[in-house]
Design a protein around this ligand. Structure first.
Ligand code: KIV
Ligand code: NA
Length: 265
């Protein structure tokens, strides 16, 4: 299959074809997602939550992100693999940001990085782009700033924050980002951004007026039965399915039913 590149994503926006994106953190899951024909796999720092069990995305390290990303890259034949820059790896200064991005590209084999923020991180973004590394932006409810927000509610409902978000999106486009994720903002605002900038806008909880959608794979599979935000569509109840399988296995072991004659040597 022909590889998805940042240029392919731009062509998709230009002709009005929606972009599909899911997160991935490990080889086995990424293999299935890529085989299904997804356009982009995001090695999200949501790994901090769904893989490691942290309450926020802040604790995950650069080396841990690289471990997840390299596992995904080994599985993927077609999708574009975008790797989140973790908290602390780019906010300090642009030199540090560049060395973090280079480390990710060298050690994971990923194809692009994603960074949370607007004008305040433009210098870092420009420096990374100068090295030939594609950058995806991320605005709206940016989880690395959760302690600033204090809540996971919808962002940019007020005029001032909405205006700033549009300015940030334009600044990211002008800097040379190839795409932007908009997380948990009003649908009409996200649609406006998708119209006013020419690069692909990928939404999560941002409505249908954007150029593509992303979900956390564990959420859309229903593996976590405690996370039920309005924006989430669950394609499976894997929590129940897996729980049932584990119950049956335990029963079969305890009863001596497993292994049977055909399951031994
Ligand atoms: O880390 C992540 O999963 C993300 C998506 C929700 C966009 O950044
Ligand atoms: Na993220």
């Amino acid at each position: 299959a022909k590889r998805v590149t940042t240029h392919v994503l731009q062509e998709m926006k230009n002709r009005g074809e929606k972009i599909s994106m899911l997160t991935g953190y490990d080889f086995s899951m990424a293999r299935i997602i890529d085989t299904a024909g997804i356009d982009v796999i995001l090695v999200g720092d949501s790994a901090s939550n769904v893989m490691a069990g942290h309450e926020t995305t802040l604790p995950i390290t650069l080396d841990q992100m690289i471990y997840h990303a390299s596992s995904v890259v080994r599985a993927v034949e077609r999708a574009l693999v975008v790797v989140d820059m973790p908290f602390g790896a780019y906010q300090g200064n642009s030199k540090e940001a560049l060395s973090s991005a280079i480390k990710i590209m060298k050690e994971s084999g990923g194809h692009a990085v994603k960074m949370e923020g607007g004008q305040e991180i433009i210098e870092s973004i420009e420096r990374i782009l100068t090295a030939g590394i594609p950058v995806m932006g991320h605005l709206g409810l940016t989880p690395q700033s959760i302690y600033k927000f204090g809540t996971y509610v919808v962002r940019a409902k007020e005029e001032e924050e909405a205006a700033r978000l549009i300015e940030d999106a334009k600044a990211l486009e002008a800097a040379g980002c190839f795409s932007i994720v908009l997380e948990k903002i009003p649908a009409h605002l996200a649609a406006k951004v998708a119209q006013e900038v020419s690069i692909p806008i990928i939404g999560i909880g941002a409505g249908n007026g954007v150029d593509g959608q992303v979900l956390v794979v564990h959420d859309m599979l229903g593996i976590n039965n405690e996370f039920n935000p309005r924006f989430l569509r669950k394609y499976h109840n894997l929590y129940e399915e897996m729980l049932g399988s584990f119950h049956r296995y335990i029963e079969d072991v305890k009863s001596g039913d497993f292994p049977n004659e055909n399951e031994q040597y």
